[in-house]
Design a binder for this molecule. Structure first.
Ligand SMILES: [Zn+2]
Length: 227
């Protein structure tokens, strides 16, 4: 018995969502969130860049200290964590002074075996805006960005804003794999209260450190041809 054409048409639409799901799952297997994105290549030095400083105070919080102080504190915690694990760490600033974006980028551009990790806190006019996000530009930084992002969002209850490719100055002008992390909105009353706590900043620093170590470990254990 020949079924009317309409029958096939209706059934096609019934299985379409299923077909889309299969395609999405299959593509996820080959270009997975962390595994498929391109890696940094082997590195031994981490350049840690605490955003802002000096007269450039960065974002103004609802209450408490400015972005420049939160960023420096987090960057210092991250640096000491990585040094404890035996990594060579260079900081673009270690105190409350202004450093130009050019000078920040020059630090990693001078160091051939380095990656560049910039630490910031976010701000938005919309007071409800919240969450953590990580920016990268060069595809070789995507996997590191993914690793850092997924570790950071586990530190406190927050919105996962994901990783985003963005032509930010310190990413655009960097010759090394580079990411810029936005660790929460100081313009959001709840989130600001969370990130103003040193306990939270220690957790954030630890999470970034573990992501960096995982990225590095993937090269230390990989055969030379994969580097
Ligand atoms: Zn900033």
């Amino acid at each position: 018995m020949e079924l009317p054409k309409q029958f096939y048409f209706q059934n096609y639409y019934r299985i379409l969502p299923f077909l889309i799901l299969v395609v999405v799952l299959l593509s996820g297997c080959t270009s997975g969130f962390v595994g498929g994105a391109r890696g940094t290549g082997r590195f031994d030095t981490v350049v840690i860049d605490a955003g802002h400083g000096g007269f450039d105070r960065g974002a103004k919080p609802v209450s408490g200290v400015y972005e420049k102080d939160l960023a420096l504190d987090t960057a210092t915690r991250l640096a000491s964590q990585l040094r404890q694990k035996g990594l060579h760490v260079v900081e673009t600033r270690t105190g409350d002074y202004f450093v130009t974006l050019d000078n920040r980028v020059a630090v990693s551009n001078r160091l051939k075996d380095s990656i560049f990790v910039s630490i910031h806190y976010n701000w938005a006019k919309r007071k409800k805006a919240s969450g953590i996000e990580t920016f990268y530009l060069n595809p070789n930084s995507a996997r590191l960005a993914s690793r850092i992002q997924s570790k950071m969002v586990g530190t406190y209850r927050c919105r996962d804003r994901g990783i985003k490719s963005r032509k930010l100055y310190v990413l655009r002008n960097n010759k090394r794999p580079a990411v810029l992390c936005e660790l929460g909105f100081v313009s959001n009353r709840n989130e600001n209260a969370i990130v103003q706590s040193s306990k939270t900043r220690q957790k954030l620093a630890d999470s970034i450190a573990s992501a960096i170590l995982a990225e590095r470990a993937s090269y230390l254990s990989a055969p030379a041809s994969d580097r």
